[in-house]
Design a binder for this molecule. Sequence first.
Ligand SMILES: [Zn+2]
Length: 239
Amino acid sequence: MIRFSIFGVPVEIQPMFWLTGALLGGAIDARTKERVLAVMVFMIIMAISILVHELGHALVGRRLGGGYATITLWGLGGLAYNHGGRFSRSGNFWRIAAGPGAGFALGLLVVVLLCLGLGPQNGLNLTCRSLFGIYLTPPSDELWAFVDEGGQKLRIIRSFLWINFWWGVINLLPVLPLDGGRITELFVKPQRLVYQIGLVAGAAMAVFSVIYLHSVYTAVMFGYLAFQNYKMMQENRWR
Ligand SMILES: [Zn+2]
């Protein structure tokens, strides 16, 4: 167990967090030294990115609602708590939105650094290639050379952009307990409708993951979340 404090917020990283990171980073078929190193680098990037996301929740939460903030990184991602904080509805909204906001800001910082290092056109082009798999404009010779010798450097850039952009977008889907579901909960009444939305959106995302993303992990995760929302909906029926 790793424990430390950042900006006055105690952080705990549980062993399961590293296991999830290793699996997502491709540890199962990492047979060469280079691949193992790549998995470890992915785990560190994931830890930094999720920590920044949770710090967004924790610091904005502490500022708007007071109380005592803590962060835990565990097997299913990150959790930020505000012990004893008191929140208005708008305070709650900003506390939730600050997590994805911090992640998008970190992603943007990486894009800005790329633009400074490679020139704006190359930087934006590489960002598009990393996130959407296509170049915005035909790549310059300089960019080709950078991509050709890229290796580990390219993987680092891609992981930073991918986690902070795509995971941020997915986390905003209206499915509890994701941040998107928690925002939905603030605006949609009755609560049963929030679970119905979560069930439909979660199931749709599971199907989309199988057909278009070919990602079993995402499909299983959203299938599970959809089921949880269904269960909560059933329990909520008589309230
Ligand atoms: Zn969050």
